[in-house]
Design a protein around this ligand. Structure first.
Ligand SMILES: NC(=O)c1ccc[n+]([C@@H]2O[C@H](COP(=O)([O-])OP(=O)(O)OC[C@H]3O[C@@H](n4cnc5c(N)ncnc54)[C@H](O)[C@@H]3O)[C@@H](O)[C@H]2O)c1
Length: 329
């Protein structure tokens, strides 16, 4: 039997590059479709069967990757990060919606299985945590840019379910919760705190740090994503993939400071740094019962352990440390 053939859109990105490594280790033949080159430090970079450069909004380019003979597509390409959706909301919406529509059409035509990466952001600011997959979305006004990412990702979920129903596509949605780990762009809470600390700058605690998150180590996310693409019971489902320990942002940043030996942290008020159209969420907690019962998935890595591994990686990667820090202060 020949090796299963997987396509990973966004395979040069943070989560995508780890997924590519996992798929290769598992014996898959992998095609990466991405607008960017693979990360230099990825062990898998040399082993990827094929790297197709292109934009997911360009169906002709995408068709060079998603074609007959492909068994499974993992669709992760997206414009990600608060800095992106505040600076380029139109691009964020267009890449998510048009890009996902293109992936769906080609996956249906090629008869592949499909996993679509979504986000805890789709729940918006629903105050009733933990969030089950079928809980309500509670959003702010369209004049607040933050909700553009949430709404465009929710629309990709609607598109996926509608497409699956109309064309009999085996598609699964995975909703990630605050992923962190090696290679993440230094524009998120954990990656930015590590980046600052190892560059001799104090990590930042936003808005007094009382907001909580369930940080999820990238290796755990990859296990969940892989199961979503291989388990017989996952098609037709949306599944939360998130950490189980609710941690305040202040505690997470202080843990980074402790593990890196950083001197201190500094407080920042986001209404001044991101502007009045930014809106932060007080709590974000997944209910993971479905992932556990359906896929047998549960996160295994504690925040302390995941941070230690991320910091160890960062210390060994001067190129990442020298990267521009794109977060706001
Ligand atoms: N990182 C998180 O905490 C998190 C949380 C929830 C959901 N997600 C989702 O997981 C997926 C991967 O996120 P990530 O953190 O690895 O982000 P990332 O920015 O590291 O990776 C995204 C990849 O997509 C590529 N890309 C962007 N626009 C493209 C386009 N138009 N055409 C082709 N390629 C394009 C980028 O070059 C990049 O390699 C995304 O769909 C994101 O919405 C991430």
């Amino acid at each position: 039997m020949s090796a299963p053939h997987a396509v990973v859109t966004g395979g040069s990105g943070f989560i995508g590059s780890h997924l590519v490594e996992k798929l290769i280790a598992d014996g898959h033949r992998v095609t990466v479709f991405d607008a960017a080159e693979p990360p230099a430090d990825s062990r898998a970079a040399d082993q990827v069967g094929e790297h197709v450069r292109g934009d997911v909004r360009d169906q002709d380019a995408l068709a060079r990757a998603i074609r007959s003979g492909v068994d499974v597509v993992y669709h992760l390409a997206a414009s990600v990060g608060v800095d992106q959706y505040l600076a380029r909301p139109l691009e964020v919406i267009d890449i998510n919606v048009t890009g996902t529509r293109n992936v769906l059409e080609l996956a249906a035509k090629a008869g592949t299985r499909l996993v679509v990466a979504s986000t805890s952001e789709i729940f918006g600011k629903n105050p009733n945590v933990p969030w089950r997959e079928d809980d309500d979305r509670v959003l702010g006004p369209t004049t607040t840019d933050r909700w553009a990412y949430s709404s465009s990702k929710a629309l990709t979920e609607h598109l996926t379910f509608a497409f699956a129903r109309a064309h009999g596509l085996d598609a699964t949605i995975v909703r990630y919760f605050n992923v962190y780990g090696p290679r993440q762009r230094p524009a998120y809470l954990v990656s930015r705190s590590v980046h600052r600390a190892l560059n001799g700058l104090p990590p930042i605690v936003y808005d007094q740090g009382k907001q909580t998150r369930c940080f999820t180590f990238v290796n755990d996310v990859i296990e969940g994503t892989f199961l979503a693409g291989t388990h017989p019971d996952s098609p037709g489902e949306a599944i939360n993939i998130g950490g189980t320990t609710e941690t305040t942002i202040a505690d997470a940043v202080h843990l980074v400071a402790e593990l890196t030996g950083a001197e201190a942290t500094i407080p920042v008020d986001t209404s001044r740094s991101f502007g009045a159209t930014y809106e932060d969420l007080p709590r974000r907690v997944p209910d993971n019962a479905k992932a556990r019962e359906l896929l047998g998935w549960t996160p295994r890595t504690t925040l302390r352990e995941g941070l230690a591994r991320t910091i160890e990686w960062a210390r060994a990667n001067p190129r990442w440390l020298a990267q521009h820090d794109s977060g706001a202060t």
